[in-house]
Design a protein around this ligand. Structure first.
Ligand SMILES: Nc1ncnc2c1ncn2[C@@H]1O[C@H](COP(=O)(O)OP(=O)(O)O)[C@@H](O)[C@H]1O
Ligand SMILES: [Mg+2]
Length: 243
């Protein structure tokens, strides 16, 4: 029997006011997978992640739940309950608190943990995962590089001990070397057992490390396959890899 999906999206529609931006979108993420969603600017990638977090009005074509997490509907749940259920979003642009130190930014991510000792344990785990953060714990976040701030934003999400991590363009604005460092970090996170849904425009990096991928265009899934198959696909090559 195939393993049931951790997240199943079925016929998802999403709206800003009266404007519909996702149209009958279906995808699934199985436990332990890294799944990439690639697509151009404005395709609806961020909206998909916001829909999963309960941050945008959405529904299902034909009615019924559009979002099943661990077999249970997420539709209509409040964002804080979705977070408490083990889903964490790292939004685009590595938003951290600039005046606060790296350490305090991380501790803020552990606010749901029961006590100080547990927060301290989570902090040590995150610092072990990202040694560059360990070297910078006392530094105000604003003095850190773009890549380090992205690590910090991911580390802060991990402080809440999620099962399922949503990443919105983690490599945005980073040079290739730092991009590769960030993707190695994502791979380590996945090897620790976290399931990852990754939205990216750096298609080669994203598909190389993903078990499966989906191409999202104009609010609709255009195709899906394994990461390797998508990298070899003629359409993907022409549209996204400029070869
Ligand atoms: N807050 C908003 N209000 C109205 N329209 C929005 C809003 N956010 C995004 N959109 C529109 O929704 C579409 C999808 O946007 P988005 O999900 O941000 O795409 P992507 O992340 O793939 O670049 C775009 O046409 C965008 O202009
Ligand atoms: Mg976006």
């Amino acid at each position: 029997m195939p393993e049931p999906a951790l997240l199943r999206v079925e016929g998802l529609e999403a709206f800003y006011g009266d404007v519909q931006v996702l149209w009958g979108l279906s995808l699934s993420v199985r436990p332990g997978e890294v799944v990439a969603v690639i697509g151009p600017n404005g395709a609806g990638k961020t909206t998909l992640l916001k829909a999963i977090m309960g941050l945008v009005r959405c529904g299902r074509a034909g009615g019924g739940p559009a979002l099943l997490y661990d077999g249970r509907p997420l539709d209509g749940k409040r964002p804080e309950d979705i977070v408490a259920g083990g889903i964490a979003l790292v939004p685009e642009g590595a938003r951290v608190f600039p005046e606060m130190t790296c350490r305090d930014n991380l501790l803020l991510g552990g606010y749901l943990l029961r006590d100080r000792a547990e927060r301290q344990r989570a902090l040590e785990e995150v610092l072990a995962m990202f040694p560059r953060l360990a070297e910078r714990v006392r530094q105000p976040a604003k003095t850190m590089s773009g890549g380090e701030r992205q690590m910090l934003a991911m580390g802060r999400a991990l402080m809440g001990r999620p099962r399922f991590l949503l990443l919105d363009e983690p490599s945005l604005g980073l040079h290739p070397l730092m991009t590769s460092t960030i993707f190695q970090g994502i791979q380590r996170i996945n090897q620790q057992g976290l399931t990852v849904l990754l939205v990216e425009q750096k298609v080669t990096f994203a598909l190389k490390m993903s078990h499966r991928g989906y191409v999202l265009e104009n609010g609709r899934i255009k195709m899906s396959a394994s990461g390797q198959e998508l990298l070899r696909d003629d359409y993907v090559k022409r549209a996204y890899l400029a070869v």
